[in-house]
Design a protein. Structure first.
Lengths: 99, 99
DNA sequence: ACGATACATCAGCCTCTGCTGATGAGTGCA
DNA sequence: TGCACTCATCAGCAGAGGCTGATGTATCGT
């Protein structure tokens, strides 16, 4: 299992991480996120685009609103890749390649 | 469990992700990583500094060499935070705050 | 039909960050 | 002691990415 740079990069930004944490609790539309984060609308929209393209978030148009929903499977994939990496590291913690 | 931006940012870079994957198999010194990645020595050294400051890697000076070892606990912490975030998202997948 | 609202996109600016060549410190070998 | 090697750090540069104001599109209420 190899690490996905796009997903990790999307999660690495503090504002996007905050959005992900907010969306973990409930589905929210952009105006909610603008209100919660205090950021400008264009800024939030840009971050949501990054999260969407990384596959971390689904957009659900609903009238003139757009609800955003977190994709737990995407989060779980990253968690698994990091977990298995930690496991292999633990297993070979004493191995050291000679110079 | 909140997401650690420093650790995620450290993992988000492709070259650093590659270094982490290499270190998951065995402890390596900088010259090994320079050889494996094909990057310049200064570049690798900078990436290792970022990984070190994020707590993802331990440096073990050994004569004129410096061995780097992955810290599985740090990796597991990120994995757990992402996993619990995925769990809470799954549990409340139908909740939607009204506009 | 018109105004208000929600959202996306764009161009411009600015900061951050990764890459490189050069230099310096520390270590081991002849 | 002198030389080669490993590694860290620095200054400089170039590219990426985040923030903002402005504009465009679509939808709802009156």
């Amino acid at each position: 299992m190899t690490l996905d740079p796009d997903v990790l990069r999307a999660l690495a930004d503090p504002m996007r991480a905050r959005i992900v944490e907010l969306l973990a609790g409930e589905a929210l539309c952009t105006c909610h996120l603008v209100e919660e984060t205090g950021a400008k609308q264009a800024n939030v929209s840009n971050h949501l685009k990054v999260l969407r393209e990384a596959g971390l978030v689904d957009a659900e148009p609903c009238g003139r609103f757009t609800y955003y929903r977190l994709r737990p499977d995407a989060l779980r994939r990253v968690a698994d890749s990091l977990s298995t990496l930690a496991d292999t590291a633990s297993a070979q913690s004493l191995t050291r390649r000679p110079c």
